[in-house]
Design a protein around this ligand. Structure first.
Ligand code: ATP
Length: 347
């Protein structure tokens, strides 16, 4: 439904040139909710704005619903944009129009008749739960209600695709939850394809089927959400996951961590495991098979879609050969082992 082919976007020229996107390829099938996550300045907004050509790519092709957007004339592009709704972090409602008139606006611009507008707007207000707010003005609404109006407005022209540009970043966690629920509902009821950009893992976890990770204008990782949360393939992916799970070693331990091993130090490791490994008694096997004791410093189990994810920060106690074998043993059982540092034995 959405296809980006080898997209590059450069802002400015010469010394002032900023390459915001480099060789971006992305394919999102119809009916999917796809998230793009990345740090500030990574190129998320540029990427999503390239889909409806609010930003024109410097090179590459954008194809939406079979139509090559990058080849359309201005009037054709205008028409094609009716099939692509968009919502924004700060809602972008017209303050002088009522809720009803905000939702009606795209239809008015398309020349739709009054009666037909009414027949479209009222069910949309019902869909987003604002049927009793039709005659209110945006200033009278909460942030969540404003975003609901924006969603209804984006749906007015019966789009096939909805672009969400940090749509929940200005909302509190509870309101975020209800907006994400509404988006999930719309995705299922209308089979709407949704592309969203976010810097929040919670958003990805809640509603996305697949996720891409963007860094310095490049897509560096793409995976199903369950896979991304259980086995990110890049260091940046692991950092997002660790931030989300808030599993960092205690500060006092961090201060004692040595970057490399000494004769009488033990490794401190972060273990990430999923699937069968969660229910396998690996710790007792480490003691039995490798002669290594495990001192658990922090541990957590999370359910992500249909997968279970376990995380643990632990100190491996044994000789350097024993701990090396223990790490090999863990990796051979599909655990991701990251050595955070080494801690000097107390005794
Ligand atoms: N109109 C512009 N002119 C020049 N540079 C720009 C323009 N818009 C974005 N950039 C630059 O392009 C890069 C990507 O910006 P973009 O806004 O797409 O990132 P982002 O991931 O959405 O960031 P944030 O999460 O902070 O909004 C940044 O280095 C930014 O400074």
């Amino acid at each position: 439904m959405i296809q980006l082919e080898n997209i590059t976007k450069t802002y400015g020229t010469g010394d002032a040139a900023v390459q915001a996107l480099q060789n971006v390829d992305l394919h999102i099938p119809a009916g999917q909710v796809h998230g793009v996550i990345g740090l500030s300045g990574a190129g998320k907004s540029t990427l999503i704005r390239c889909v409806n050509l609010l930003e024109r790519p410097s090179s590459g092709r954008v194809i939406v619903d079979g139509q090559e957007m990058t080849r359309l004339s201005a009037p054709q592009l205008n028409k094609a944009r009716h099939r692509i709704g968009m919502i924004f972090q700060h809602f972008n409602l017209l303050t002088t129009r009522t809720v009803y008139d905000n939702v009606a606006l795209p239809l008015e611009l398309m020349g739709t008749k009054r009666q037909a507008i009414r027949q479209r707007v009222l069910p949309l207000l019902e869909l987003v739960g604002l049927q009793d707010k039709a005659s209110q003005y945006p200033a009278q609404l909460s942030g969540g209600q404003k975003q609901r109006v924006a969603i209804a407005r984006a749906l007015a022209s019966e789009p096939r695709v909805l672009l969400c540009d940090e749509a929940t970043s200005a909302l509190d966690p509870q309101t975020t939850g209800s907006i994400l629920e509404l988006l999930r509902d719309i995705n299922q009821k209308l089979n709407l394809t949704i592309l969203l950009i976010t810097h929040e893992m919670e958003v990805v976890k809640s509603i996305c089927h697949r996720v891409s990770l963007i860094s310095d204008g490049q897509l560096v990782e793409e995976a199903e959400v369950g896979e991304f949360f259980t086995a990110p393939r890049t260091q940046l992916g692991r950092e997002f996951l660790n931030d989300f799970l808030q599993l960092e070693p205690p500060a006092a331990l961090m201060e004692r961590l040595l970057p490399s091993a000494t004769e009488d130090s033990h490794p401190v490791v972060r273990l990430t495991f999923s699937g069968d490994a969660v229910s396998t008694p690996l710790i007792s096997r480490l003691a039995r098979d490798c002669g290594v004791d495990v001192s658990i410093l922090q541990a957590k189990v999370e359910s992500i879609q249909d997968r279970t994810l376990g995380l643990m920060i632990a100190e491996l106690l044994g000789s350097s050969e024993q701990t090396r074998q223990a790490m090999q043993y863990l990796e051979s059982h599909q655990l991701h082992v990251e050595v955070l540092g080494h801690v000097q034995r107390d005794d």
